[in-house]
Ligand binder design. Structure first.
Ligand SMILES: Cc1ncc(COP(=O)(O)O)c(C=O)c1O
Length: 400
């Protein structure tokens, strides 16, 4: 055996010795990578059976909206299936520029820049702006793309306990002489609680830090026209940067950063995840433009989303479930240990309801949960059906 092979074996040991997922698969409890063979927003087909989708981020139910589909089809016919290159070079379409103008208007900023995923938008924003000697402060429950953006930057990263603004203030005081950026989720993706943006803004302004809010789960959900967390609190003008995704309410894939003209211009010329990756495909870009239009002009969808949210939240609480501090359509139902959570997930799945289990390291070992989420297109009957089975299993398994 030569040295090369020996090194390879030790590098691959972690793969060869990784048995945890296979054990769960063998027990029939594996909840991940389940292929959908059909989807109609709220009802999906998995393993040959229709199930109620209670785990999607399609909050406004726009993935099947006729205007979104028509816009996507027409862009497909006009530009073909892909951009085959970076925005920086051959990959910019007039559609991208139209979308960026729309996004800037929608979020009340000077300019915006579309990325190919929300993950890349956070990488591209943070790694590009937080340079050597600068500091980025992130909430412990921030999304992985914020954590990874911070890791990819040349600056220092400090994490503060979830929503602990006293700790954040101490950190800001300690680093006042450096370039500072605070990045938070507007709505936390696993808890469903809303960041205290006015208080964060006050701190950012007092210490001269840049504030960026990730509106992945707030776009289409919070704000007078679905324009996100800062708008929800009436401080859209003051928050420096909004970052977000097209993969949730906007029913597509892609992400964006919105901010001042200078910031966007700088990102366009320095952000590696933008420059060294191919542009958002034509059909997706056009679909997002249509979805933004609908978000703004069909407020009844958002109203319906909040009615459905209340119905499911109230139902869970009155059954006796602990759903934590959620104030949004993300409704995490606390189950307990990992084995109990997978078992509960499986029984729900067998009963025709799809949810997403959240287990360590995302949460402490005794606080595993099933992350349910609702859509504007859920009917009251569907919500009641989900509550009925949640309640039945909750009692059967001693959760409630
Ligand atoms: C808060 C937050 N930011 C960013 C992302 C990444 O978005 P995308 O799916 O577009 O990569 C997500 C996705 O789950 C998210 O929840």
């Amino acid at each position: 055996m030569n040295t090369h092979t020996l090194q390879q074996i030790s590098l691959l040991n972690k793969c060869n010795n990784f048995t945890r997922a296979r054990e769960i698969q063998a027990a029939g409890l594996y909840p991940y990578f389940k292929p959908l063979t059909d989807s109609d927003d709220t009802v999906v087909t998995i393993e040959g059976k229709e199930r109620l989708m209670m785990g999607s981020n399609n909050y406004l139910g726009l993935t099947h909206h006729p205007k979104v589909l028509a816009a996507a089809r027409s862009a497909l016919d006009r530009f073909g299936s892909g951009c085959t290159g970076s925005r920086f070079l051959n990959g910019t379409l007039d559609l991208h520029e139209q979308l960026e103008v729309r996004l800037a208007e929608f979020f009340g900023k000077d300019a915006a820049l579309a990325f190919s995923t929300g993950y890349q938008a956070n990488l591209g924003l943070i790694s590009c702006l937080v340079g050597r000697g600068d500091v980025v402060f992130i909430d412990k429950l921030d999304h992985a793309s914020i954590v990874d953006g911070a890791k990819m930057s040349y600056g220092d990263t400090h994490r503060f306990a979830h929503n602990d603004l006293t700790q954040l203030e101490r950190l800001l005081q300690r680093h006042q002489d450096r370039g500072m950026m605070i990045v938070v989720d507007g709505v936390y993706s696993m808890e469903g609680d809303i960041a205290d943006v006015p208080a964060l803004l006050e701190l950012a302004q007092r210490y001269g830090a840049v504030l960026a809010v990730d509106d992945a789960h707030s776009t289409g959900v919070l704000g007078p026209k679905g324009d996100g967390t800062a708008a929800h609190f009436g401080v859209a003008d003051e928050v420096d940067i909004v970052v977000g995704t097209f993969s949730k309410s906007l029913a597509s894939i892609g992400g964006f950063v919105a901010g001042s003209e200078n910031v966007i211009h700088y990102l366009k010329h320095h952000s590696r995840p933008l420059i060294f990756s191919a542009a958002l495909p034509p059909a997706n870009t056009a679909g997002v433009l249509a979805a933004l239009e609908i978000t703004e002009h069909e407020p009844e969808r958002r109203e319906r989303l909040w009615r459905v949210t209340k119905r499911f939240q109230d139902g869970c609480r009155s059954l006796g479930f602990d759903i934590g501090p959620t104030r949004t359509p993300i409704i995490p139902v606390l189950i307990g240990t990992l084995p109990d959570t997978f078992a509960f997930w499986r029984k729900l799945f067998d009963g025709g309801v799809f949810t997403n289990p959240v287990v360590p390291p995302a949460v402490p070992p005794d606080q595993c949960r099933l992350r349910a989420s609702v859509m504007a297109t859920h009917t009251d009957d569907q919500i009641d059906q989900a509550l009925e089975i949640f309640g039945k299993l909750g009692k059967e398994m001693g959760v409630i």
